[in-house]
Structure formats: structure tokens, C-alpha cells
Design a binder for this molecule. Structure first.
Ligand code: MRU
Length: 338
């Protein structure tokens, strides 16, 4: 996608260096950071410099290729990369694919990591084409977290149909859940939509039921971090609540994800490991003052404890369909296969 007049991907590898847009600085500052070693790329995943299932997958593939190029012990490197974040399936898919390719040669590992990044772009673009069919002219769409191009190498998953609909001249309006605690919706989704000139508003995470009760939402599209064999979907914390409310009000609830997010070895959602992140993410918020100087401030009662589960699982029966690069499938149906 374009920033200014220049086309950028979220993440790419040049030689042995992984380049990525620093997502911790957006929307207040746009910077590309360079990571020269596998360990540096691992830290970038842990610190969420790169985040979102698809982008994390590309980062993990590149980190594995870097490890081969550095002559690191492949098993140790693979274990280290796999330890960075537990929930997103794409990370494990990519690291294992590049690990296998690296048994042939370092160049094979690099080629595989680059091919996976290209496949990520291609899948996201096709998700946009299939998902566009669900979006009527004038549609008001709710989304949660950021499953846009920043969450992938390009295009995104949940936002890809929205970009396609917009390009096709449909007039649409997007409601972006703020998505506490890290505010990926308020910061990243809103930045992407503004950048693409798409009408949107940021809404508090607890506004969904009100908006749906007033008939203000025609369609919900969210991304996914892991999809179990039975069609249960792990996605950013708060997704499950939106799905329950959507069912109550009869609002179609769609998930958009590439096939690399499907995990046939995990039979149902309750088996998915949910990442617990630092409670500092709940207690503190960072942003600029009126002069642009960044500050981190406490927003909760000093002395109170918090918990910070990063994802929840939406049961398959609450999902209207999953938009993939091969078409839209319905979990729970006899024909649910991938
Ligand atoms: O913790 P994050 O920001 O890496 O969360 C992952 C996500 O971005 C989402 O859950 C998203 O909706 C699906 S993955 C693009």
C-alpha cells in the first residue's frame, strides 16, 4: 500500500537484513527499522515492532533464513523463533517451512522465506476479491484490532475486502474498535483507513452492542491468528464479544484469513494457546502531547493488579463464513474443508 506516493510493504528482506515499518511508532511517526540478525528480528517480534499474524509469519520466516545465513544451529534458532509469540499460527507455519528448506542450502532458506512473503501478499489480495462480494454499496462495517496491510506483508485480511470495495467505487463506512490495551484499531487501522481515504470512525471497544442495537452496522469483518480444525477462531481479545452481540442482532460476522492461519493439528479452539502479555500494557498508555513530545502515562489505579490475555476464541457456530484466498467457507457445515 502507499504511504505518501511511495509503495511500501510492512516487512521485507534485503540481503540478510530484515526491514520493517516500526508499528510501535505509528500513527505518530513513520519509520523503517533494520534488523541484521535472527536474534534482532526475534526481539522485534516480541516487542511488537512487527505484529499481526501475517506480518509475524513473514518475520519468522526471515528470522529463520537469517539464522541459516549466520551459521546458527538450526534447531536452536527454530526453537528461539517459535518462542517469540505463541498464538499466531502463521509464525509456526513459516518458521517450519524455512527450516525444512534450509536443510538443502542457505539460499533455499532465503528463497523459501521470500516465497512465503510473496504468497502472503497474493493470498491477502485474493481475500480482498472474494470478500468484496459481501460488501454492498453504502455498507457500514465494524472491524476489530488491525487486520490490515500492517498485519500482513501487504493488503491485509479483514481490511483487504474493504480496500477492494473502495477501489471498486463502493461508498462504505468503517467503524474501527479501539482495541485496548494496545489500541491497534485506534492507532493502526485508523491510520491505514485515513491513508487510503476511506470514511471511518474510531469507536470505544464497548460501543459495539449499542451500534448494532441502533442498526448502524451491516457487516463485521475481523482477522484471525489461528483457526482450529473445527473452525473455532482465535483473534484479538474482544472479538468473541463482538461475535456474540452480532448473533444477537443478526449482523453477519465474517473472519478473513489465509490458509496459512488454519491449524489442522489443533482440533478445537480450547486447545489454542492464548498469549498472556505484560500487564504494563493495561496500566500504561503512550502518546504525544500537544507539542508532539511522547509520554507514557498510567491510566489505571496505582496499586491495582491487572491481567492481559491477548486473544480470545470465537466458536465456529458464531461465524457466518471465513474469507480465504480460495473462497468463502462456512465452519460447522459438512463442506467445511481447507
Ligand atoms: O497482538 P497482535 O497485534 O499481533 O494481534 C494480532 C492481530 O493483529 C489480530 O488479532 C488481527 O485481528 C488478526 S491478524 C492480522
Amino acid at each position: 500500500m502507499k504511504v505518501g506516493n511511495k509503495h511500501y510493504r510492512t516487512i521485507w528482506m534485503e540481503g540478510q537484513e530484515v526491514q520493517m515499518i516500526d508499528q510501535n511508532l505509528l500513527p505518530f511517526s513513520f519509520e523503517i527499522k533494520s534488523f541484521r540478525t535472527s536474534e534482532e528480528t526475534c526481539k522485534a517480534i516480541e516487542r511488537m515492532t512487527v505484529r499481526g499474524a501475517g506480518a509475524i509469519g513473514a518475520a519468522a520466516g526471515f528470522a529463520m533464513a537469517q539464522a541459516f545465513a549466520e551459521g546458527k544451529d538450526p534447531e536452536t534458532a527454530r526453537a528461539r523463533i517459535r518462542s517469540t509469540r505463541p498464538t499466531a499460527r502463521d509464525l509456526f507455519f513459516a518458521v517450519d517451512s524455512v527450516f525444512e528448506a534450509g536443510k538443502i542450502s542457505v539460499q533455499s532458506a532465503v528463497d523459501e522465506a521470500q516465497n512465503l512473503a510473496e504468497a502472503n501478499v497474493d493470498a491477502a489480495r485474493k481475500i480482498g476479491l472474494f470478500g468484496d462480494a459481501l460488501i454492498k454499496d453504502g455498507a457500514r462495517i465494524l472491524t476489530h484490532c488491525n487486520a490490515g496491510w500492517l498485519g500482513f506483508v501487504d493488503y491485509g485480511s479483514a481490511l483487504s475486502p474493504i480496500y477492494t470495495a473502495h477501489l471498486n467505487g463502493k461508498k462504505i463506512h468503517v467503524y474501527a474498535d479501539e482495541t485496548r490495551p494496545r489500541s491497534q484499531g485506534a492507532r493502526l487501522t485508523a491510520w491505514e483507513l485515513a491513508n487510503e481515504g476511506i470514511d471511518h470512525k474510531i469507536v470505544a471497544d464497548n460501543a459495539g452492542a449499542y451500534l448494532m442495537s441502533k442498526g448502524m452496522i451491516d457487516l463485521i469483518i475481523v482477522g484471525a491468528d489461528r483457526i482450529a480444525a473445527n473452525g473455532d477462531v482465535a483473534n484479538k481479545i474482544g472479538t468473541f464479544e463482538k461475535a456474540i452481540v452480532a448473533k444477537h442482532f443478526g449482523v453477519p460476522f465474517y473472519v478473513a484469513a489465509p490458509l496459512s492461519t488454519f491449524d489442522t493439528e489443533t482440533l478445537e479452539g480450547s486447545d489454542i494457546i492464548i498469549e498472556e502479555r505484560s500487564t504494563a500494557e493495561v496500566h500504561y498508555q503512550t502518546g504525544p502531547d500537544a507539542n508532539g513530545k511522547m509520554h507514557t502515562i498510567r491510566v489505571t489505579n496505582p496499586g491495582s493488579e491487572a491481567i492481559n490475555p491477548a486473544f480470545d476464541v470465537t466458536p465456529a457456530e458464531l461465524i457466518s463464513g471465513i474469507i480465504t484466498e480460495n473462497g468463502i467457507i462456512k465452519p460447522g457445515n459438512a463442506d467445511f474443508q481447507y
